[in-house]
Design a protein around this ligand. Structure first.
Ligand code: ARG
Length: 604
């Protein structure tokens, strides 16, 4: 079934074509005055202007045609020429009924399939994951799910940071501390140890020591650069050691991602394009796209059209090491040639926007990105602490992802019953599901490009605009339906009888519009906003309309159906956000089953 908006847009297009109006304006938008209309069409003003006619006259002509359309109850002209449109209750009820058996909740069956690579990991070897990596993972997972739901063949790539100077820094540091290790022998060994020489904590500490020296000691800088270069040339001992670094890091990173319910189809990294780097740079040089500059190889980007000089893109530094830009460029080629990508989405901190702009420009210019390839940087803002500065731990260190999860878990437990031998497994699992939902929802609550302040108090509460609130609302629908089941109350066709029911149905029917916006804008907050608004509409319905207490069986059945629809749609919506919906939420849910319905969820 087409969505309400699609129905109106198509109808308007027909009317406009027939009347000879510019169909560009044939569009309905959600009404700014829900008390007057469901949707409105604002075409009369621009059309009137373009045709030199009175907008009200144009509006009236459109409204007259619309008035005869099936399912519309009221079409009115307001103000300078706004066309207010209201669907009939019967039509909306009928539309809600079709959702009962629709696993896509009104979203059209997708047609066009694009191969889409979502690059949303970016953790780096040896550096522990912190909250900065959190947003990429959370937003990216949702972007990927929404793309897949929209019909794309979407795959996520973790794109590990495993190949730059930090690798050389680690090697040089370890060599200074333990020169006797076999990896450093200038004579290649037959075999290197199977076991890594360190665990993730030690690797992190090694990196911090390396980074400290790298900042101030020229000798260390030289050693690190030389080691990076030799690693990239494939020196066997270094390769063996690097492999250990990578394994240890991947294990640690996977543990974090798993806990968050984030899964990558591809575990590739910068190193996977190593073989492409030299030929690519040679080719770019041969074609005059890249040039030598002070011993480095760069692509000049200043074409003189901007008044600010544009810095060149550096591909290879004078010490021979390839840059982050070079690996990103080669990765585009890899994704096009090996993965047959039609779309590449980079879910990366917006502070890297210049980097991506440059890389994309060069990719287009060099033909690495073919014409049909859609390539987009899906940028996001930073997470700040209450002081407005990047989010830190109490003692001022970077907030490790693991610590954040532990804190959130503690908060979630405050709302849960104490564990007993009987409930322990469920409570543990719930605490994890609730805390992850709390973190994720908070991260996708606002527009992705905005910075936001991490709220360490409210984010895990069961009320307000939070993940747990939505999980709780779903659990409540489950509880109600279980109760109906036990008491033998049957579901029936949806019939709108009150304003709250009408609002709720309208909300349900607007889901496809939210999904569409989330898809095209790569914006999970469209879905979090929809879920929250629907939750509020459900609360009002629940407070105002008796369900189990309703005597009229048909009406009770209709309200149970609405309850079921809300549960189904919220579950799907949360799933697209990458958030799990537990069947029940221990503490509160018991109340729900006992309490007279009306009081329980009201007001939230
Ligand atoms: N490893 C990078 C960082 O930590 C992020 C990688 C993002 N993806 C990309 N293709 N550049 O900053």
């Amino acid at each position: 079934m087409p969505s309400l908006k699609e129905i109106l847009d198509t109808t308007l297009k027909g009317i406009f074509t027939e009347a000879g109006f510019d169909t560009r304006y044939a569009e309905a938008v959600v009404s700014a005055r829900p008390d007057l209309a469901d949707y409105q069409c604002n075409a009369a003003m621009p059309l009137g202007k373009a045709m030199g006619k009175n907008p009200r006259e144009v509006g009236q002509a459109i409204a007259d045609k619309l008035a005869g359309v099936d399912g519309l109850e009221k079409v009115e002209l307001a103000g300078p020429g706004f066309i207010n449109i209201r669907f009939s209750d019967a039509y909306l009820s009928q539309a809600a009924n079709t959702l009962m058996t629709d696993s896509r909740q009104g979203c059209a069956t997708p047609k066009k399939k694009r191969k889409t690579v979502v690059d949303y990991g970016g953790p780096n070897i040896a550096k522990e994951m912190h909250v900065g990596h959190l947003r990429a993972a959370i937003i990216g997972e949702s972007v990927k799910r929404v793309r897949a739901f929209g019909g794309d063949e979407a795959v996520g790539d973790v794109h590990f940071g495993d190949w730059g100077t930090p690798m050389g820094m680690l090697i040089a540091q370890l060599q200074q501390e333990h020169p006797d290790l076999p990896y450093f022998s200038t004579v290649p060994q037959n075999a290197y140890p199977d076991e890594p020489p360190m665990d993730i904590e030690e690797l992190g500490a090694l990196y911090r020591r390396a980074a400290a020296r790298f900042k101030t000691e020229p000798d260390m800088q030289d050693a690190a650069r030389q080691a990076t270069f030799e690693l990239q040339q494939g020196r066997p001992g270094y390769m063996a050691l690097w492999k250990h670094f990578k394994d240890v890091s991947v294990t640690a990173v996977k543990r974090n991602y798993d806990r968050m319910g984030i899964h990558f189809e591809l575990w590739l990294g910068e190193s996977d394009v190593n073989d492409r780097l030299a030929p690519m740079v040679e080719d770019l040089k041969a074609r005059g796209i890249a040039v030598e500059s002070d011993g480095a190889t760069v692509v000049p980007l200043d074409d003189g059209t901007s008044n600010k000089p544009q810095p060149p893109l550096i591909l290879q530094k004078s010490d021979g090491a390839y840059t982050y830009a070079a690996t990103d460029l080669a990765t585009i080629a890899q994704r096009v040639e090996e993965l047959h990508a039609d779309t590449i989405l980079y879910v990366v901190d917006k502070r890297q926007s210049q980097h991506f702009e440059q890389v994309f420009t060069v990719a287009r210019k060099a033909g690495i990105a073919p014409e049909g390839l859609e390539i987009t940087h899906v940028g996001f803002g930073t997470i700040n602490g209450a002081d407005g500065k990047p989010f830190k731990t109490r003692d001022g260190g970077v907030m490790r992802l693991e610590d954040l999860l532990t804190t959130a878990n503690g908060k979630a437990r405050e709302n849960l019953p104490d564990t007993t031998p009987e409930n322990a497994t469920e409570v543990e699992k719930l605490a994890e599901q609730i805390s992850v939902a709390a973190i994720k929802f908070q991260d996708m609550k606002g527009n992705r490009e905005s910075d936001y302040v991490f709220d360490t108090e409210a984010f895990a509460k069961f009320e307000g605009k939070t993940g747990p609130y939505l999980q709780y609302a779903i659990a409540r629908t489950n509880a109600l339906l279980r109760r109906a089941d036990t008491e033998g109350a049957a579901l029936a066709d949806v019939t709108i009888t009150t304003p709250e029911e009408r609002e709720l149905v309208l909300g349900l029917l607007r889901f496809p519009e939210a999904v569409e916006r989330a898809y095209t804008k790569c914006e999970p907050s469209e879905l979090s906003a929809h879920a929250f608004e629907l939750g509020q509409k459900f609360s009002r319905f629940y407070t105002e309309c008796p369900i189990m207490a309703e005597r009229d069986r048909a009406l009770r059945g209709s309200r149970l159906s609405l309850t079921k629809l809300v549960g189904n749609q919220q579950r799907l919506c949360l799933d697209l956000l990458g958030i799990e919906a537990p069947e029940r939420m221990l503490t509160r849910e018991r109340e729900a089953e006992k309490e007279p319905e009306a009081a329980a969820i009201g007001g939230r």
